[in-house]
Design a binder for this molecule. Structure first.
Ligand code: UFG
Length: 315
């Protein structure tokens, strides 16, 4: 049975990957320091090792017998990265360097990496292709771009998957795996918890978009993980590919609110607020390469992302 190390396997996306890999018959080892993740989110079929990717000795133990790594571990809050750039460099970039060195010691040369649309910064054009100019506007995006370059230099079999906006939840036999961030900054969870007393703040209504609010490309977490499993099968010796993962289409903040109010069958209280610093107006992925290289296509619509998030919160 193929044994895979999943770093960050207790987080929202990593725990979903762990469960889906176990469903498909993979043997999974999870390494997570629980700084963001939750031990109870780790699939019981996986071997769980609590610790950091900065711990070289622990990494060497975790990698024993593994054929490949899916690397999710890292800091992922844009706002926090602006306040603490050194932390983002240390955990994300130095942590990945430590991981790559430990993989090299074990002779493991296959990795699927969780990169981000944040590597592109303020895009010149939409949809964004993998050839679009990468010019991150915050230390989080800069750390993901630095890692992508580091992986290219390592000369191993690698695919970096650049996520756009991930949403939705996955139902396992143990319950739902869903977003549990603290503090929560992402649009869909905040839309679902908005009340008359604490309405959703719409960050900017004067953007150059279809209705003045920001446009983003939302992809269901289960579709996203399917792409990771396909990427494991598409790795080629000594080749590093970069692949965008989104839906290929965009929804404005107002459109997300409208779909959510249909799913919830009630209005979503919202107020117009100033723009949030650092937000690009529009981020939409070209998914042509994901289709041609991985044979991947997302199948779950925004309605499903929102209704799964609703069901997960009700558990
Ligand atoms: N938004 C609001 N109100 C809120 C929260 C968000 O209007 O209370 C808006 C944002 O301004 C943005 C959109 O909703 O236009 C989506 O915001 P999110 O915070 O959910 O997601 P981002 O697009 O900012 O972030 C995502 C990923 C990051 C990644 C970033 C850039 O979550 O990891 O894209 O690629 F870094």
């Amino acid at each position: 049975m193929t044994r895979i190390l999943v770093t960050g396997g207790a987080g929202y996306i990593g725990s979903t990957a762990t469960a889906l890999l176990a469903d498909r018959g993979y043997e999974v080892v999870v390494l997570d320091d629980l700084s963001m993740g939750h031990a109870d989110a780790v699939d019981p079929r996986a071997t769980f090792i609590e610790g950091s990717i900065l711990d070289a000795d622990l990494l060497r133990n975790a990698l024993a017998g593994c054929e490949a790594v899916i690397h999710f571990a890292g800091k992922s809050l844009v706002g926090e990265s602006v306040e603490k750039p050194e932390l983002y460099h240390r955990v994300n970039v130095d942590g990945t360097q430590t991981l790559l060195e430990a993989m090299s010691i074990h002779g493991i040369d296959k990795i699927v990496f969780s990169s981000s649309a944040a590597t592109y910064g303020q895009p010149i054009d939409n949809p964004i292709t993998e050839e679009s100019f990468a010019s991150p506007t915050n230390p989080y995006g800069a750390s993901k771009l630095a890692i992508d370059k580091m992986i290219t230099s390592a000369g191993i079999s690698a695919i970096s998957l650049r996520y756009f906006n991930v949403a939705g939840a996955y139902q396992t036999t143990q319950g739902w795996l869903a977003e549990r961030h603290n503090p929560e900054t992402h649009l869909i969870p905040l839309v679902l918890r908005a009340t008359e007393d604490n309405p959703l703040k719409i960050f900017g209504t004067d953007w150059d978009t279809k209705d003045g609010t920001c446009v983003r490309d939302y992809v269901h977490v289960v579709d996203l993980i399917e792409a990771h499993i396909m990427a494991l099968g598409a790795l080629k010796p000594h080749v590093h590919e970069i692949v965008n993962l989104g839906s290929g289409g965009g929804y404005s903040v107002r459109e997300v609110i409208s779909v959510a109010s249909q799913v919830l069958a009630r209005p979503v209280p919202a107020v117009e607020s100033p723009r949030r610093a650092g937000d690009p107006a529009t981020l939409v992925a070209s998914i042509v390469k994901a289709k041609s290289l991985l044979g991947w296509e997302p199948t779950r619509a925004l309605e499903t992302m929102i209704s799964d998030a609703v069901k997960s919160q009700a558990q």
